[in-house]
Design a protein. Sequence first.
Length: 76
Amino acid sequence: MAMNLKEIEQHIKEALPDARIEIQDLAGDGNHYSATIISSHFAGKNKIEQHKMVYNSLKGKMGNELHALAIKTKEQ
């Protein structure tokens, strides 16, 4: 079962409440997304740490309900 945009956004917002999030469905299939996340929580962290924060927010759904998510992170 695929995740929809709102579910992805909700999970990220729970972990990063100040995040500004833009998500696109890349293939129109509900399985391949691209997300740009801007948050003050990324301050002082490298890109790998920032991406791990986003993956962790998805609570194990990456690779299961969510097949592919390309991530771009930025400090606010």
